[in-house]
Ligand binder design. Structure first.
Ligand SMILES: [Zn+2]
Ligand SMILES: [Zn+2]
Ligand SMILES: [Zn+2]
Ligand SMILES: [Zn+2]
Length: 379
C-alpha cells in the first residue's frame, strides 16, 4: 500500500480557487496568484483582497473533473477503484486517507477528512452535534502526520513544520489554542469540541487531553485562577485585540471583566459580587510590579494599567520565566526557516489580534456547491 502520511503535493496553478487554512484552524476561500514550487507555497488572494503566502500543505483545492489518480500519492487506482469525496470530488486510495477508508464507503456518500473539517470547524469551537460532528470525532482519533517528526522550539510552543492540531494546519500557541497535557501538541479552538466557552488570547488555564491521547472524545478541565492571573489574562487579551499597551481600569479592564464574567469560568472566584471585583482586581494590578505597570509610573493617569512584558499569564506549574514574544522571534530568526515564516509573522506574531475575515460571501468554487464549506467565515 502507498504510504499513509505523505503530504498532498498535487500540482497547483495560478487562477485556481482554493480553500486555505489560516492559523486559527479555519479555511478561507481564495484564489492562487503565484506558485512557488521550490518553497512549496502559493500566494493566495483572499476575498478581502489581502494576499498571503500559504504553505502547500494548507491549501485545499477542488477536483475540476474526474481525476485518475489519488490526491494524496498521485498514483492511479490499485485493485479497487479510488473512493471519491462527495464534496471535493478528489479520489483517494482507501489506505492513503487518515483514517483509512472503510470498505463499505462509496463515492455517493463518503466525505473526506478535509471536507469534514471544512464544515465542522467553527470559531469558539467545532460543532458538537449531528453527522459532521460525529464524523469529526472519528477523524480526530488519528493525526494525518507523524507527531514525532516535528521539530519544536525548546519551550514546545512552535514547530518548524508549522504543523499543529488534528488538521495539520499552521497555528500560534497564544492565539486561542489548547495544549494537550499528554502529547504536548497544540490544538485550535476551532477544531476542538469540548469547550463550553470561547477562549481568550493567551488563556492557558485549561487541562486538556486530545482525542488521539484519549482514544475517544477530548476532555478539558478549568484550572483554578487567582486575581493576579485574571488581571494578567484580561490585560493580555485586550492588548492583542486593541494593539496597545495601556488600558483604563474602569472603562476597559473592569468592564471587560464584568461583561465576560461567566465566560471566564473563574471557579472559586465566580461568586464574587460586582463591588468586590473592582477592589480585588485593583489590588492585584497594584501588588505585582513585576507583571503590571500603572500609568502613575510612566507619568500618565494612574487609572491606566499595562503589562510589563506582553506575554500570556504563566501557569503556576510553570517554573520557566514569562515567555516573551521577542524571545520567540529571535529564536525563530536563526536556523532553518520555514518557507512561510514571513507569513506566520504577519499572521500572528506582529498583529495577533488581527484575524482573517475573508470569505464572507463570494463565489463558491465550482464543484463544491455546498454552503457548508464557506460557513466558517461567515461569523
Ligand atoms: Zn493514494
Ligand atoms: Zn473532500
Ligand atoms: Zn486545527
Ligand atoms: Zn494528545
Amino acid at each position: 500500500a502507498p504510504p499513509r502520511s505523505r503530504p498532498r503535493r498535487r500540482e497547483m496553478s495560478e487562477g485556481d480557487d482554493v480553500l486555505a487554512r489560516w492559523s486559527d484552524g479555519l479555511l478561507y476561500l481564495g484564489n492562487v496568484k503565484r506558485v512557488d514550487g521550490v518553497k512549496q507555497c502559493c500566494l493566495v488572494r483572499f476575498e478581502d483582497n489581502s494576499e498571503f503566502w500559504v504553505l502547500r500543505k494548507d491549501i485545499h483545492s477542488f477536483a475540476a473533473g474526474v481525476e485518475e489518480v489519488c490526491c494524496i500519492c498521485e498514483a492511479p487506482p490499485l485493485k479497487e477503484p479510488l473512493v471519491n469525496c462527495l464534496k471535493c470530488r478528489h479520489g483517494y486510495h482507501a489506505e492513503c486517507h487518515t483514517p483509512s477508508i472503510e470498505p463499505e464507503a462509496d463515492s455517493e456518500s463518503w466525505i473526506c477528512r478535509q471536507c469534514v473539517f471544512a464544515v465542522a470547524t467553527k470559531r469558539g469551537g467545532a460543532i458538537k452535534r449531528g453527522r459532521f460532528a460525529r464524523l469529526m470525532h472519528f477523524m480526530k482519533l488519528r493525526l494525518p502526520y507523524q507527531l514525532t517528526s516535528l521539530d519544536w522550539d525548546p519551550q514546545h510552543l512552535s514547530n518548524q513544520q508549522q504543523c499543529y492540531c488534528y488538521c495539520a494546519g499552521p497555528g500560534e500557541w497564544n492565539l486561542k489554542m489548547l495544549q494537550c497535557a499528554s502529547c504536548g501538541q497544540w490544538f485550535h479552538e476551532a477544531c476542538t469540541q469540548c469547550l463550553t466557552k470561547p477562549l481568550l488570547y493567551g488563556d492557558r488555564f485549561y487541562q486538556f487531553q486530545c482525542s488521539v491521547c484519549n482514544k475517544g472524545p477530548e476532555t478539558v478541565k478549568r484550572l483554578p485562577m487567582t486575581w493576579v492571573d485574571l488581571a494578567h489574562l484580561v490585560l493580555y487579551h485586550l492588548s492583542l485585540c486593541c494593539k496597545r499597551k495601556y488600558f483604563d481600569f474602569d472603562h476597559e479592564i473592569l468592564s471587560f471583566t464584568n461583561e465576560n464574567w461567566d465566560s471566564l469560568l473563574l471557579g472559586a472566584l465566580s461568586d464574587t459580587p460586582r463591588q468586590e471585583r473592582c477592589h480585588n482586581l485593583l489590588n492585584a494590578l497594584n501588588s505585582q510590579k513585576d507583571r503590571f505597570v500603572s500609568g502613575k509610573e510612566i507619568k500618565k493617569k494612574k487609572c491606566l494599567f499595562g503589562l510589563q512584558v506582553r506575554a500570556p499569564p504563566p501557569l503556576s506549574s510553570d517554573s520557566s520565566p514569562l515567555i516573551t514574544e521577542r524571545a520567540r522571534r529571535g529564536r525563530r530568526r536563526d536556523g532553518r526557516r520555514p518557507a512561510s515564516q514571513e507569513l506566520e509573522r504577519r499572521r500572528g506574531g506582529e498583529n495577533p489580534g488581527q484575524t482573517r475575515d475573508a470569505g464572507r460571501e463570494g463565489a463558491v468554487p465550482s464543484g463544491v456547491g455546498q454552503r457548508g464549506l464557506v460557513l466558517n467565515s461567515t461569523h
